[in-house]
Design a protein around this ligand. Structure first.
Ligand code: HAS
Ligand code: CU
Length: 550
């Protein structure tokens, strides 16, 4: 039976919650590993039982950056699709099938890391080599996620057949764009894992083309960060306006931003490889230009959010240049947490633009500045928005209420996160500028002259990390409350309507063939020649691609 208030059936609830359990368990374990790391880096802790720094760093990165995000996003996206276009029984079966494959893959990879057989970090750069089950597990996670992709595509397709000539619901459109982006991007990581890493780790080939593997990884790795960001944007565009009592500023602008993300997210991976030899600087330059293109949809989003806030505030009667700020529901955690996430994105995005600028990249690359950057983006903007979503989504799914007490605790959680992250990420940025390396433990640099210059910032990181861990415990407590202990009731699934002043959405925005065509053309343009170069000019000992396939 479909609930009148949430628009979801109990089967939908079960499916989405299955994803959420994995996400929150990963948050807890991954967060704990993060705390240990800051303690090890600052020299305050030596790990017992021969556990290595890289082992906990790998668990931290894989669980938080890959497992938490993927499960939360796929679960949330199923909630959005099922709410807006519905899900048939057959689609539900395939969704569950994908879920089990992802879970099996995750468990396989996690066990390999826990046994200390895969200390290769979440980027698993060759020539670091892990035990084969690490890569096989990851491949299964990707395959499982493809089943989710095709289930979502099918959901919209079936809806469109029933609603000929109508434009698809905004959130369903956004989910499909994000899954298209994910599918095209994961082809790169699947290629390197299946054709390079698995044969190499199994001993079927002796060597690996390192540059090719890194290039295929970053072909995936950059769009990966937008796969994390776009669900947060879905909430900003289409859910937050409802929570603040307003409307969506422009449906067309939201769709345009998402289309631009699809087109420009993928042909930009070289901005992670600017210091790498073996790639012609001309192609690096072209991909840097394309990186600056992908900043535009974020600027559109910033504009659109400001417009939504201002229009809503003014409608409520607040005047003056910034008077409308008072009209926002600061005491509602469903708004407060994502809003702080948005504020974090201002310095985070600025940092990204610095990273992408070739000359400045030379200063910060491989320093802990980069770690500071991604703790502001994915670790603040994205995760605070995901927490903001959880405050209404979880109770809506479990048939409970978000109580006033939990609302207040959520606000405290957000403040704790803000304080912890500002201290940790701020000191990471500064230490990075002083040359402190990323991905390295105290044992590698402790005692050197430079280390004494960094030490106070490393200690600040440990302080920030400890505060963040308190934030994680609070969030896990809130999750447990919303799942099992909060009073029964009905929580709203907030979906905003489009403003009556917005222009009608032009139909060409739904020209899938055109957008996918341009995306593929841009990828071929940005990657074909450099990849041929990388294969042809592979150093001796690095077998060409065809011998790997044999
Ligand atoms: Fe990045 C490295 C460039 C965005 C994540 N990035 C990373 C890594 C991660 C990551 C994980 O060019 C490390 C990978 C590794 O392990 O090596 N990044 C960028 C650029 C952007 C960017 C140009 N990154 C992200 C996002 C991430 C993420 C988003 C995760 C979710 N990044 C780089 C580069 C590197 C890199 C280089 C490689 C560095 C190296 O050398 O290794 C852009 O997309 C940023 C655009 C964003 C903006 C901000 C818009 C602001 C908004 C908020 C508005 C606020 C409002 C509030 C409305 C221009 C939308 C209103 C407030 C009121 C009070 C009313
Ligand atoms: Cu990137």
């Amino acid at each position: 039976m479909i609930s009148a208030k949430t628009g979801l059936t109990k089967y939908d609830n079960k499916l989405v919650m299955a994803h959420m359990y994995v996400a929150f368990i990963s948050l807890f374990i991954g967060g704990l590993m993060g705390l240990l790391q800051t303690l090890v880096r600052s020299g305050t802790l030596t790990l017992p039982f021969g556990i290595g720094y890289y082992q906990i760093l790998t668990i931290h990165g894989v669980l938080l950056a890959l497992v938490l995000t993927t499960f939360f996003i796929i679960g949330f996206q199923f909630a959005l699709m099922n709410k807006t276009v519905g899900m048939t029984d057959k689609q539900r079966e395939s969704a569950w099938f994908g879920y089990w494959i992802m879970l099996f893959g995750t468990t396989t990879t996690a066990i390999t890391i826990l046994l200390g057989k895969a200390n290769v970090l979440y980027t698993f750069y060759a020539p670091l080599k892990a035990f084969p089950t690490f890569y096989i597990g990851l491949a299964l996670v990707v395959i499982g996620s493809w089943i989710a992709c095709f289930t979502n595509f099918r959901q919209l397709y079936v809806w469109k057949k029933k609603h000929k000539g109508e434009k698809s619901p905004l959130l369903a459109f956004m989910v499909v764009i994000n899954m298209l982006l994910w599918f095209i991007a994961t082809l790169g990581v699947a290629a390197t894992v299946l054709l390079q890493f698995i044969p190499w780790s199994l001993g079927m080939v002796d060597t690996i083309n390192v540059l090719l593997s890194r290039t295929l990884f970053w072909y995936f790795g950059h769009p990966l960060v937008y796969f994390w960001l776009l669900p947060a944007y879905m909430a900003w565009y289409a859910i937050i306006p409802k929570i603040i009592g307003g409307k969506i500023f422009s449906d067309s602008l939201a769709r345009l931003a998402f289309i631009l993300f699809l087109m420009f997210s993928i042909p930009v991976g070289f901005h992670h490889q600017l210091t790498e030899p073996g790639i012609d600087p001309m192609w690096k330059f072209i991909q840097v230009v394309l990186t600056f293109m992908v900043i535009i949809p974020s600027l559109l989003t910033a504009f659109s959010m400001f417009a939504t806030f201002e229009v809503t505030g003014r409608k409520k009667g607040y005047t003056g240049l910034f008077g409308w700020l008072k009209g926002l529901p600061w005491k509602d955690v469903r708004f407060f947490a994502p809003m702080i996430g948005m504020l974090f994105f201002i310095p985070a995005g600025t940092g990204g633009i610095i990273n992408a600028s070739n000359q400045m990249n030379q200063v910060i690359h491989n320093t802990i500045w980069v770690t500071g950057h991604f703790h502001l983006t994915v670790g603040s903007t994205v995760i605070l928005t995901f927490f903001g979503i959880s405050y209404w989504l979880i109770p809506a799914l479990t048939g409970r209420k978000l109580t006033a007490k939990i609302n207040t605790l959520g606000i405290i959680q957000t403040i704790v996160w803000t304080v912890g992250m500002t201290i940790m990420s701020g000191s990471m940025h500064i230490a990075g500028l002083l040359g402190a390396p990323r991905r390295s433990s105290y044992s590698t640099y402790g005692g050197t002259e430079q280390a004494s210059e960094w030490i106070s910032y490393q200690i600040a990181q440990a302080v920030g990390g400890s505060i963040l861990f308190i934030g994680i415990i609070l969030m896990v407590y809130i999750f447990i409350n919303m799942v099992w202990f909060a009073p029964k009731g009905v929580e709203e699934f907030p979906l905003a309507e489009v403003s009556e002043h917005a222009e009608p959405t032009p139909m060409f925005l739904e020209n899938w063939k055109l957008w996918i065509g341009i995306t593929i053309a841009l990828i071929l343009f940005a990657y074909t020649i450099p990849v041929i170069d990388i294969i042809q000019h592979a150093p001796p000992g690095s077998p060409p691609f065809d011998t790997l396939i044999q």
